[in-house]
Design a protein around this ligand. Structure first.
Ligand code: AMP
Ligand code: GLY
Length: 420
């Protein structure tokens, strides 16, 4: 009998993970909570929300789940992995203690300092007035103001001057746009450079790096407009050569995994450091205790190994026993979003053309659902179109020619993904 696997979330990332798991001969059935219209094509959707861990644990028991693969951030800080393990479910994902590396930016900054992991200088504050006084004492200092808690990847505000920084403090600590995530703020030195996302499979003691990816966070072409969850991605990242990759492995990933183990919270699961490469070297912007979205949509199609085998081995602390193989071919993913995202947008527009894509092109759903009219939009980021090619340019051209075949009212996408 094959494994019965649980995935939690409803993004393009979860569709990509479920799609890949489905191809494993070791997997009998995949369940996605709550999933979307795309995950429904490859898995069984469960009507349970990611933060409702009581219901997730109950469903795991009733459905005889034997493996949990953590892809999104929400359930782990609430202790889902700890509870599922206690129920006898094998888990690839961080415990509540280990997920602090993402769930508390203040804790993560202190952890990085303890283990000499390079990052921007910072101070943290729980008191609004003290934070304000500090900002006012730095009239020339461009700062980044970050809500300490989880904020769906949107809790960091990059400021050009003191007035912007004071405004950001108000948004986070007074207006409370990110809720309780803003109980504490991190005020960070602003870094300049270029960004890349690292992902690693971790089994508590060792890490196996995935290829590097580049993500496009801003809503509009040319990196302007509001910060989003991510409007597109490609892999491998141009600019990350073997030397830089080795430095990131040594200074960031290995130190983090060894540090978590030494502190009694071994890190099992995918660790995703967001990095900035500056003139002074690489710096960690944040650690994510999950897979990136849309990074996952361009990583998974390049993975030639069996995702279940790799994650299963990692969950059992045997990552060293498996070979993780990747395609050399670059992948480009373009997110099609609802017009207006990440601010306000309308739902329920009919989506046409997802079945008209070229052979080998993948459409991973995010905010989609089926209603009596067929497939309709149901979120900000609607889907990611992913193509691979012999070159990055070929993958990019293919991705965009397929994006052009998919239609829904007010669809918005960037035209400069992977234009390097
Ligand atoms: P984070 O959620 O911490 O990854 O931040 C989101 C985005 O804000 C990053 O991808 C960067 O583009 C930007 N950012 C975060 N920290 C800094 C920093 N110290 N200096 C410049 N930009 C930053
Ligand atoms: N795409 C960035 C993230 O998943 O945080």
């Amino acid at each position: 009998m094959g494994a019965r696997v649980l995935v939690v979330g409803s993004g393009g990332r979860e569709h990509a993970v479920a799609w890949k798991l489905r191809q494993s001969p070791h997997v009998e059935e995949v369940f996605v909570a709550p999933g979307n219209a795309g995950t429904a094509l490859v898995a069984t959707n469960l009507p349970v929300q990611p933060k409702d861990i009581d219901s997730l644990c109950r469903a795991a028991k009733e459905l005889r789940i034997d493996f949990y693969l953590a892809s999104m951030d929400d359930p782990q800080p609430l202790g889902l992995v700890d509870r599922l393990r206690a129920q006898g479910v094998l888990c690839y994902g961080p415990t509540q203690a280990a997920s602090r590396i993402e769930a508390s930016k203040v804790w993560a900054k202190e952890f990085m300092a303890r283990h000499a992991i390079p990052t921007a200088a910072s101070l943290s504050f729980t008191d609004y007035q003290e934070a304000r006084n500090y900002v006012e004492s730095q009239p020339d200092g461009p700062l980044v103001v970050k809500a300490s808690g989880l904020a769906a990847g949107k809790g960091a505000i990059v400021c050009n001057d003191m007035h912007e920084a004071l405004n950001a403090l108000d948004i986070i600590m007074v207006r409370r746009d990110f809720g309780a995530a803003g109980n504490e703020v991190v005020l960070e030195e602003r870094l300049y450079g270029w960004e890349t996302s690292a992902h690693a499979f971790c089994d508590g003691k060792t890490a196996v790096m995935m290829p590097f990816t580049s993500d496009y966070k801003r809503a509009q072409d040319g990196d302007i407009g509001l910060n989003t969850g991510g409007m597109g991605a490609y892999s491998p990242s141009v600019g990350v050569d073997a030397r830089l990759a080795e430095q990131i492995r040594h200074d960031v990933v290995d130190r983090a995994v060894a540090g978590m183990d030494a502190e009694g919270a071994p890190y099992n699961g995918t660790l995703f450091p967001g990095l900035m490469v500056t003139d002074e070297g690489v710096r960690v912007l944040e650690f994510n205790a999950r897979w990136g979205d849309p990074e996952t949509q361009v990583l998974i199609p390049r993975l030639e190994s069996d995702l279940f085998e790799v994650c299963h081995a990692a969950a059992e602390g045997r990552l060293a026993d498996v070979e993780v193989k990747w395609s050399e071919r670059p992948a480009v993913g373009v997110v099609m979003a609802s017009g207006g995202y990440p601010a306000t947008y309308k739902l329920g527009h009919v989506i046409e053309g997802v079945d008209d894509v070229d052979e080998g092109v993948l459409v991973f759903h995010a905010g989609t659902k089926q209603d009596r009219r067929g497939l309709v939009t149901n979120g900000g980021r609607v889907l990611t179109v992913v193509a691979m090619g012999d070159t990055l340019e070929e993958a990019r051209t293919k991705a965009y020619s397929n994006v052009a075949r998919i239609h829904f009212t007010d669809a918005h996408y960037r035209e400069d993904i992977a234009k390097v």
